[in-house]
Design a binder for this molecule. Structure first.
Ligand code: DC
Length: 225
């Protein structure tokens, strides 16, 4: 665990938003452009749900899930997540894994167990992170907070293309319904719901190319730094 006061000097860019809004792609590219570290916090929830299913823990057993989350042996290598020395691979990128992640993410004890683990990614020279509560809960002192979104139809389209490229089966109508259900659950939960923070910049990427979204975030950060 690192020193809180030293940590506060390390800049964080927090990019929150709904599923498949492109926030992960944008966050990773912003990190590359600035030479910062990158944390995909959704992957932490996905890998926790995956580990629970492998261990036979029910997705509503809050105590057992929190215990599991506290003892997770996690490592990131680029966009690959390693769980107990093994790459988790595409198993955590399926829609089923996203749904499972969203369910355990609604449990307060699980969120509490994963809090410090996420804060430990704050390392010099800076961190770009994406999720649902990066600006509101995990890094409330982030130098720049962005709420990155796009229409549900556009997000379903993007997710569809992504899945097909990876060789998975996909159905556009089912994806759209799934995204809407996941948004509703992530927005309705009592703790750290999906919501644009009052101090977050809104970036709607429905009609925006990835590069353009990246440049807007970098420009806003340089202005704020
Ligand atoms: O960003 P993603 O789709 O990979 O996230 C998967 C699920 O994890 C999402 O439906 C809600 C949850 N999540 C969360 O509650 N808080 C975060 N900071 C990141 C993800």
């Amino acid at each position: 665990m690192s020193d809180r006061l030293t940590d506060l000097a390390i800049p964080v860019i927090a990019i929150d938003g709904p599923s498949a809004s492109g926030k992960g792609t944008v966050a990773a590219l912003v990190a590359r452009e600035l030479g910062f570290h990158y944390l995909d916090s959704g992957a932490i929830y996905r890998v926790t749900a995956h580990a629970a299913q492998r261990a036979g823990i029910a997705l509503d057993d809050e105590d057992a899930l929190a215990r599991l989350a506290r003892g997770l042996d996690l490592r990131f290598d680029g966009t690959e997540v390693w769980l107990a020395g093994e790459p988790a691979g595409d198993a955590i990128r399926t829609e089923q894994a996203g749904r499972a992640a969203s369910r355990i993410a609604a449990l307060p004890a699980v969120r509490a167990a994963l809090l410090q683990l996420q804060r430990d990614f704050r390392r010099p020279p800076g961190l770009v992170t994406d999720g649902r509560d990066m600006g509101s809960v995990v890094f409330p002192d982030a130098r720049l907070k962005v709420f990155l979104t796009a229409s549900a139809e556009e997000r379903a389209n993007r997710r569809y293309k992504q899945l097909i490229e990876k060789g998975f089966d996909a159905n556009l109508a089912a994806l759209l319904q799934d995204l809407r259900e996941r948004d509703a659950r992530d927005a309705a939960r009592a703790l750290a719901p999906l919501r644009q923070a009052a101090d977050a910049m809104l970036l709607d990427t429905t009609d925006l190319a990835i590069d353009e979204a990246v440049q807007r975030v970098v420009a806003a950060y340089r202005k704020a730094a």
